[in-house]
Design a protein around this ligand. Structure first.
Ligand code: EPU
Length: 342
């Protein structure tokens, strides 16, 4: 079957910043059987091509000049279950949060700290999504891919093959553009080991009356409450989550900064480097709540840039540059954008 390719297609509803741009060509991939024909199509071969999940980690600064393909592959199935450990596969187009909630209702734990992250299952390994002390790599067994240079042939990568790091993986590096993630396999547990050491989770659990031994569903509810209190809902206010990664600097650089700014939240890394809280740097530079037209720095979490309505992608990008310049001038620290800027 040949997938239907739509010319000049509006993308506003398909990116969480709500940018009113168009794609020169657009199609939906809902069935892997259509992939070979899609790869052979003129629109694909003449490129450029953008694979789209939930559109929650990109900023369009202009119309997309090539083919945008929305990955809408669906399905969840259990591959193995030994009574405690469950190996479950979810197709790339499944909504991440809905999948996490589904696993919790089945009594499987592991992904609860990653509740309410926008986007799709297929995007989760690409930037190794993480929150509240957990990253998707901690529970990921395998990533099922289609090799785009070999007519979509299936390739299965084990966790170690993915070279996961903070907001990074082989899919953003050596294999970028080569592999399409079609499904992800997770290793989850019926026995629950809470990870509630991060930030406000414990406080939130107490406020919810969850006691000392919370269930995975209670931890998920606490994470949801914290996220809702800090992070803007993209359905109400356009945004792509954290706009910058937390910068990782050398121990020497961190030491010098901490001598000047003792309150700077910092997280020593296993390799001796130190991760700094970019939100704090932006906040303390006086930019939290800053607004230029409809482009703004969120008032409750300075790491999130928001579109108050009609900001263009280039206005959002100009604001990002202002934030970077201000942070560089004040602290000598370089901020890197987290979303893909197109
Ligand atoms: N902080 C401020 N002011 C701010 C924001 C943060 O002082 O405006 C301080 C906080 O008080 C805290 C520290 O900075 O001491 C860290 O803040 P927070 O716990 O909110 O987390 P973050 O480092 O800003 C990261 C992830 C988030 C994730 C949270 C929770 C990145 C780039 N962001 O943010 O992920 O939800 O931790 O684990 O790593 C995302 O990637 O889109 C995202 C939302």
């Amino acid at each position: 079957m040949n997938p239907v390719i739509h010319p000049n297609y509006p993308l506003r509803e398909l990116n969480t910043f709500g940018m009113p741009v168009h794609a020169a060509n657009f199609c939906v991939l809902a069935d892997l059987a259509e992939l070979p024909a899609l790869l052979a199509s003129a629109a694909f071969r003449h490129g450029p091509v953008l694979w789209l999940g939930g559109g929650s980690n990109l900023l369009f600064t202009r119309d997309y000049p090539g083919l945008v393909i929305k990955v809408a592959l669906k399905g969840i199935r259990v591959l193995a279950d030994d009574g405690d450990n469950v190996l479950v596969e979810a197709a790339a187009g499944e909504n991440w949060h809905d999948f996490v909630q589904y696993t919790l209702t089945q009594g499987w734990s592991g992904l609860e700290n990653l509740s309410l992250i926008p986007g799709t299952v297929g995007a989760s390994p690409i930037q190794n999504i993480g929150a509240y002390g957990v990253e998707v790599k901690d529970h990921l067994a395998q990533v099922v891919c289609a090799d785009l240079q070999q007519a979509g042939r299936e390739v299965v990568l084990d966790n170690a093959d993915c070279h996961f790091a903070y907001r990074d993986s082989v899919f953003k590096q050596a294999l970028a553009g080569r592999l399409l993630v079609t499904a992800v396999r997770f290793r989850l547990q019926r026995s629950f080991r809470p990870r509630i050491g991060y930030g406000d989770i414990q406080q939130q659990l107490q406020a919810m009356g969850a006691g000392d031994a919370p269930s995975a569903q209670q931890v998920s509810a606490a994470v949801i409450a914290i996220r809702q209190s800090k992070l803007p809902n993209p359905a109400e206010l356009g945004n792509a989550g954290s706009f910058f990664k937390n910068p990782v600097v050398s121990q020497r650089e961190a030491g010098a900064l901490l001598a000047r700014f003792p309150a700077l939240p910092h997280y020593p890394q296993p390799d001796g480097s130190v991760k700094l809280a970019a939100g704090w740097l932006i906040d303390q530079a006086g930019l939290k709540g800053y607004r230029d037209g409809d482009a703004g720095v969120h008032a409750r979490q300075a790491l999130v840039l928001v579109n108050y309505g009609h900001a263009s992608g280039s206005q959002m990008w100009a604001l990002a540059q202002k934030v970077r310049d201000t942070v560089r001038a004040r602290y000598g620290v370089e901020l890197e954008p987290e979303p893909i800027v197109l």
